[in-house]
Design a protein around this ligand. Structure first.
Ligand SMILES: NC(=O)c1ccc[n+]([C@@H]2O[C@H](COP(=O)([O-])OP(=O)(O)OC[C@H]3O[C@@H](n4cnc5c(N)ncnc54)[C@H](O)[C@@H]3O)[C@@H](O)[C@H]2O)c1
Length: 263
């Protein structure tokens, strides 16, 4: 288990779902976790409920707004004097295809999922570098590792892969590692709100179930920790085999290939 003692880490979208679990586990390993979210009241409630040995606080943050990032970075610098890690986790989903997505929805998704990651890297990597180095985990998606029908959501997550590499290259000499974690289906409010889609994704997951938020959080904490000191610019799938074998699972099941006796 990575020791995060003494580190200050900002988790965007930290009020619920995966981000909330990352906040809880960071505090549980000795870090100070800052939950940044547009759901400021939920983030504050979560921060007040975490168990140590570390601690947590909340900050009102709209990742799509540059002024909000400026304020957050200034507040963190003034209050803690440092930042050791960033989890660019805030995200929104949209189901439409290319022809089924309005330009307004496209922009809404891009603003949060891609502008938000760009602005987080822009405003936090220099602060992490000034703190002596650290790490960023960008939360992409398994749909950024395959072709997928959701035009805006998939494009935004493919963009996260590219930004991860750009920032990893730029900040390597300043001691900031930048990696992308690509969850497959995770049981959170984002996915449980659409049971039909949830069940279809389970069917396309070789492991046969959704991930628990803790299974994503553990990989994120590892990447933020000193144990991952030589990993940067990487795409890490945490997806129960979705990207590598989700399609083959469906084909094999329909032909009976996975249930045939050996020989
Ligand atoms: N749940 C899944 O199956 C799954 C799979 C792959 C990737 N992801 C990605 O994981 C990340 C976390 O998703 P989740 O499943 O926990 O979803 P969630 O909807 O439970 O949580 C998302 C959080 O982001 C916050 N948020 C949204 N817009 C914001 C903004 N403009 N500024 C700040 N915060 C904002 C929300 O308030 C919420 O707290 C997202 O980037 C999502 O795209 C999720």
């Amino acid at each position: 288990m990575p020791d995060m003692a003494g580190k200050v880490v900002l988790v965007t979208g930290g009020a619920r779902g995966q981000g909330a679990e990352e906040v809880r586990r960071l505090a549980g390993r000795g870090a100070h976790a800052i939950a940044g979210d547009v759901r400021a009241a939920d983030a504050a409630e979560l921060a007040g409920s975490v168990e140590g040995p570390g601690s947590a606080s909340a900050i009102a943050l709209d990742v799509a707004a540059e002024d909000s990032w400026r304020q957050a970075a200034e507040e963190i610098r003034a209050r803690f004097g440092r930042l050791d890690g960033l989890v660019n986790n805030a995200g929104v989903a949209a189901a439409g295809t290319v022809s089924g997505t309005s330009f307004e929805t496209w922009r809404d998704v891009m603003r949060v999922n891609l502008d938000g990651v760009f602005l987080g890297l822009k405003h936090c990597c220099p602060l992490i570098a000034d703190s002596g180095g650290g790490a960023v985990a960008n939360i992409g998606s398994g749909v950024a590792l395959v072709g997928y029908h959701t035009a805006a959501y998939a494009a935004s997550k493919w963009g996260v892969r590219s930004l991860t590499r750009s920032a990893a290259l730029e900040f390597a000499h300043r001691g900031v590692r930048v990696n992308a974690v690509h969850p497959g289906l995770v049981e959170t409010p984002m996915t449980t709100s659409n049971p039909a889609q949830f069940d279809a994704m389970v069917q396309a997951t070789p492991w046969g179930r959704a991930a628990d938020v803790g299974e994503i959080a553990e990989v994120v904490l590892f990447l933020l920790s000193d144990a991952a000191g030589f990993i940067t610019g990487a795409d890490i799938p945490v997806d129960g085999g979705f990207a590598s074998g989700g399609l083959a699972k469906r084909i094999a099941e329909s032909t009976g290939a996975l249930t045939s006796p050996p020989g």
